[in-house]
Design a protein around this ligand. Structure first.
Ligand SMILES: Cc1cc2nc3c(=O)[nH]c(=O)nc-3n(C[C@H](O)[C@H](O)[C@H](O)COP(=O)(O)OP(=O)(O)OC[C@H]3O[C@@H](n4cnc5c(N)ncnc54)[C@H](O)[C@@H]3O)c2cc1C
Length: 446
């Protein structure tokens, strides 16, 4: 009888000190850090695994660890520390990361998404975080004003509520800010960076591939030219010419960051619009096959390559940014600004994916700092943000969004949430100096 599967149980509620919505890099770090204070921490994640853009979007590498230098001369110099080191150690134990791989004028480390999921499971379990997977937050509860008191979530079991002293929006999309009617911005006047469907190809002769194109994962001009000619011949439709291909920790495999997902009519697709996101998924899968065909016919070492997998979802770089007490500006990123309220640092360039060629603006031998205020809402109470939805201008976000920094933001906001709970502080009363002190004790070297 089908009726036995109708759920008539009353919707049950969970009480928690700190609630983290989203299990990407930022949510993982925030949950583990808040739990290190002995608080009850609950993490809700809509997929069956943690990792967010890095795993579901197959983003591929941990960027933002090393200083940039023209032509990447010398040895990679790592300048970002803290929670990310725990993550790296957990991944290294699983053979889940390559060593530093050249990316233009800097380096990155290529990750294995299965090891990412398992590393997150391990870190969350050790920290004692209560994790609920396959759980999508569909609304926020407030006190009738602007204080967020928890969320309504949906699982196959039915809807249920979580009551929290502090809620952290680690959804990447600032979903909770939108649900609570708090302020946010979207890209440059609503225009966001284009999505990319990332995929992996197996069966590659990586040695021959590297001998032909060099160690830099940004492929040379000759490949860009070949893509242009393939398009001009009319036999291919490859909407992006500047492509990034990375050898992964697995043998004979390349991770391909090469598609530029636009609509069939060539127009931009907006990931916040359900119909356009659907089109992006389908178009992304189509482009994967088109690039596979091109690689097999044109790239040395790829003659027998085949698509191994794609992201679980199209990779979404940008949606909403919260309006915070402070805003990371393009100018601060370009000049390598430092601030006494810094809770994180970034040496990563502005990497803007818009148009046929991603634009890179390097910051050499330097880094900029990100203040705590970028994660504290200008309006609203008992709600903090972390991760890529930080308060930032469009181009600044195109640098500040990468994985090593999202770990740093989560690390900081986990401590900030614990401070707010323990000392009964309003979110705008959390002192950056206190958070910095805790981060330093954890080895963040700020
Ligand atoms: C195509 C692409 C390529 C990239 N390449 C790189 C790269 O090479 N190196 C690099 O360092 N960075 C790269 N990035 C950027 C980086 O991966 C992300 O910016 C970063 O991982 C974001 O982390 P986050 O924790 O802020 O958000 P996310 O990783 O987006 O995590 C948010 C989590 O929240 C969950 N969630 C969302 N809404 C809800 C809800 N309502 N209820 C419950 N759960 C919810 C999601 O499922 C997700 O797990 C790339 C990004 C993209 C899209």
């Amino acid at each position: 009888m089908a009726s036995q599967w109708i759920d008539r149980r009353p919707s049950s509620a969970i009480d928690t000190d700190v609630l983290v919505v989203g299990g990407g890099a930022a949510g993982l770090a925030a949950a583990c850090t808040a739990a290190s204070h002995g608080l009850k921490v609950t993490l809700l994640e809509r997929y069956g695994f943690c990792g967010g853009a890095a795993v579901a979007g197959l983003s591929g590498t941990v960027c933002g660890l090393y200083l940039a230098r023209p032509d990447a001369t010398g040895k990679p110099e790592k300048v970002v520390h803290g929670f990310v080191d725990r993550f790296i150690e957990t991944m290294d134990r699983r053979n889940g990361l390559t060593g530093p791989v050249r990316y233009g004028d800097t380096w990155t480390r290529v990750q294995e998404p299965l090891a990412w999921r398992e590393s997150a499971d391990e870190l969350l379990e050790k920290a004692g975080v209560q994790v609920l997977l396959h759980t999508t937050v569909i609304g926020v509860h407030t006190d009738g004003g602007e204080r967020v008191t928890g969320v309504r979530a949906y699982t196959k079991q039915g809807p249920f509520d979580v009551n929290a002293k502090i809620t952290i929006d680690a959804s990447g999309d600032a979903d909770l800010f939108a649900m609570a009617g708090l302020d946010f911005t979207v890209g440059a006047d609503g225009k966001v960076q284009n999505p990319t469907m990332i995929f992996r190809i197996a069966g590659v002769d990586v040695e021959r591939f590297l001998a032909a194109y060099g160690e830099d994962s940004i492929l040379p001009e000759s490949v860009m030219k070949a893509i242009g000619e393939a398009n001009a011949s009319g036999s291919y439709r490859l909407p992006r010419a500047k492509i990034f291909l990375f050898p992964t920790p697995r043998p004979n495999e390349l991770l391909c960051n090469s598609t530029r997902v636009v609509g069939r009519d060539g127009g931009e697709l907006h990931p916040l619009v359900a119909r356009e996101l659907t089109e992006a998924e389908i178009e992304g899968r189509r482009q994967v096959r088109e690039y596979e065909r091109f690689y097999r016919a044109n790239l040395a070492g790829c003659e027998n390559a085949f698509v191994n997998d794609t992201g679980v979802q199209v990779g979404v770089r940008q949606t909403r940014q919260i309006v915070g007490v402070e805003r990371l500006t393009n100018e601060a990123v370009e000049r390598g600004a430092k601030t006494p309220d810094a809770i994180a640092r970034s040496p990563w360039p502005i990497e803007l994916h818009s148009g046929t060629k991603p634009r890179l603006s390097w910051l050499y031998e330097d880094f900029y700092e990100i203040p705590l205020g970028c994660f504290l809402p200008k309006r609203g109470e008992s709600l903090l943000a972390t991760g890529r939805c930080l308060s930032a201008e469009h181009e600044a976000m195109a640098s500040a969004r990468v994985t090593a920094q999202c770990f740093s933001y989560g690390h900081a906001i986990g401590h900030a949430a614990a401070l707010a709970v323990r000392e009964k502080l309003g979110v705008r009363e959390i002192a950056a100096s206190d958070v910095r002190e805790m981060l330093r004790k954890d080895g963040a070297q700020l």
